[in-house]
Design a binder for this molecule. Structure first.
Ligand SMILES: Nc1ncnc2c1ncn2[C@@H]1O[C@H](COP(=O)(O)OP(=O)(O)OP(=O)(O)O)[C@@H](O)[C@H]1O
Length: 260
């Protein structure tokens, strides 16, 4: 495979919080069209790594390439512009806006006509607005919540709010979509639907980075997995490989960690 197949290449990421080394020299390579999983026991550094990649935390060291171009994850909007969209462990929707408006906000990062167009409602603005709304509706249909387009986000079920977050992330047409514990708080039926959705997103040619506590979901979905423990990368490989890895078994079963 050529290097152009690599969508995200991150190497040598370290991050310290006071006396705590939250990440030590962590690196991953995600290929186009892969679902890549990041797993590990509580406090392993998964969220910190995610936050570094997406510009929420500044790392102490590390280099970053998206689709062959270096990017500096120093600000969230820069990362979004570079082509990474993410969801959050704690859902971050505009609760009092409708589902479709939440998706339209994601799309508005890409509009052309700007503030003057919005104020004077120029022909270009009105046409662009209609296209954004149509595309937002398509995305809601795609994630399976099209019929709730005009419901306020806070009135949707937990599972549907998570799917709305995914629709909003897709609205930016990202090169990589990063999902932070998408199955958290979902019941078994919702998880099955989520799994089908992530599979469909991948089959439609997108690349996905996933933090997930539900090991069964990760093992069933991911092409490759990195396992973190106490900020160190203890294994990398296919789900079957990492499941057999001694260090991984020890990390999940060892003292001081709650198994998931
Ligand atoms: N902003 C912060 N300030 C200080 N310490 C932090 C901060 N963020 C994370 N940490 C610490 O860094 C370590 C790694 O935390 P992190 O949240 O990345 O782990 P995690 O693998 O995502 O855990 P979980 O599965 O519980 O979400 C933990 O010991 C945590 O307490």
């Amino acid at each position: 495979m050529s290097t152009s197949d690599i969508i995200l290449k991150v190497s040598g990421v370290s991050k310290r919080f006071g006396g705590l080394q939250a990440l030590s020299d962590v690196g991953i390579e995600i290929r186009r069209g892969q679902v890549y999983g990041l797993i590990g026991p509580n406090g392993a550094g998964k969220t910190t790594f995610f936050n570094v990649i997406t510009g929420l935390y500044t790392p102490d060291s590390g280099s970053f390439e998206l689709d062959g171009k270096p990017y500096k994850p120093q600000a969230v909007h820069e990362v979004a512009k570079a082509g990474i969209a993410r969801t959050f462990q704690n859902i971050r929707l505009f609760a009092d806006m409708t589902a479709i408006e939440n998706v339209m906000v994601g799309r508005h990062t890409r509009t052309q006509s700007g503030l003057m167009g919005a104020i004077f409602r120029t022909k270009k603005f009105v046409e662009e607005e209609r296209q954004i709304r149509d595309r937002a509706q398509q995305l809601l249909d795609y994630v399976g919540i099209g019929k709730y387009a005009d419901y306020k986000a806070r009135t949707l079920s937990y599972g549907d709010q998570r799917r709305l977050e995914i629709a909003r992330a897709l609205a930016t047409d990202p090169k990589l979509i990063a999902l932070d514990e998408p199955a958290a708080g979902m019941n078994a039926t919702e998880k099955v639907v989520l799994r089908e959705l992530i599979d469909r997103i991948r089959n439609d040619g997108r690349t996905i980075l996933l933090i997930e506590h539900d090991v069964k979901l990760v093992m069933g979905l991911c092409d490759r997995v990195t396992v973190l423990d106490y900020g160190k990368q203890i294994a990398e490989g296919t789900p079957a490989d990492v499941q057999r890895n001694e260090k991984v078994i020890e990390a999940y079963l060892g003292a001081g960690h709650k198994p998931h």
